[in-house]
Ligand binder design. Structure first.
Ligand code: FPP
Length: 235
């Protein structure tokens, strides 16, 4: 069976720095343009009536970037949330953050919590933003959750299966991504949603994230529509 449209798209937004360098500008400019692209893509995905979108905004490994760049990214996340939350809310977007919030600033954590709270009853696009996220952390965290569940008598050890472990993951209540898009030319997964993408279709493009637009997005959808998904079976 050919696929018409993905239900869940996940995106690794890569190439902000290289794009800025190509424009003879500093990396900050690339990240700012990247945030505008993210805004545009949320609109496009929403208007295509796709139900779930997960954006990889900051990985666990990104903490290893120069302090100045980490600082400016954090500032950009706070500002983007401040500036965009009302419009997202009025567009019926339900927002959730996935990742390890512990090391994020109190200010950013508060903004994230507030965004989740005010959009909780929205019924349009489910927008998941991965911030300080790493899939290995996610899986480990889920395993710890399962162990606690067993210890507290809420889970029977014999009943633990893939579905139960999945339900403890950060995206436990979302369907697995149907399509993963990575911009920026690299063909790797970079510790993103490792468990969830077991059967996801992968679309890699050379275009740098700030220049990803409706045309590139429709190329990805077109690629997806031609894939024959067998989920490991032969038919
Ligand atoms: C990759 O570019 C992008 C990031 C490190 C994440 C930052 C993403 C944004 C600012 C987009 C905004 C998203 C939201 C949800 C506000 P890079 O620095 O790795 O580029 P390079 O590979 O060219 O150096």
């Amino acid at each position: 069976m050919k696929n018409i449209k993905p239900d869940h798209i996940a995106i690794i937004m890569d190439g902000n720095g290289r794009w800025a360098c190509g424009q003879k500008r500093i990396r900050r400019y690339g990240h700012e343009q990247g945030a505008l692209t993210a805004k545009n893509i949320v609109k496009i995905v929403s208007s295509n009536k796709i139900k779930h979108l997960t954006l990889y905004a900051f990985s666990s490994e990104n903490w290893g970037r120069p302090t100045q760049e980490v600082k400016l990214l954090m500032k950009l996340f706070v500002e983007t949330l401040e500036n965009e939350i009302d419009e997202l809310n009025s567009n019926n977007v339900k927002m959730r953050f996935i990742g390890d919030r512990e090391n994020l600033s109190k200010k950013l954590q508060d903004k994230m919590q507030n965004a989740e709270k005010i959009t909780i009853d929205n019924t349009g696009l489910n927008l998941y933003v991965a911030l300080a996220y790493g899939a290995r952390w996610d899986i480990l965290n889920a395993i710890k959750g399962v162990i606690t569940g067993v210890k507290e008598g809420k889970l029977d050890k014999q009943e633990i299966d893939e579905n139960i472990l999945s339900s403890y993951l950060q995206l436990g209540d979302a369907p697995d991504p149907d399509l993963l898009i990575r911009t920026g030319g690299e063909k790797r997964i970079s510790n993103f949603l490792l468990w969830n993408i077991a059967y996801t279709e992968l679309f890699f493009c050379d275009c740098l994230w700030p220049e990803f637009n409706e045309k590139e997005f429709s190329n990805a959808l077109n690629f997806y529509s031609k894939r024959k998904r067998r989920f490991g079976s032969s038919v």
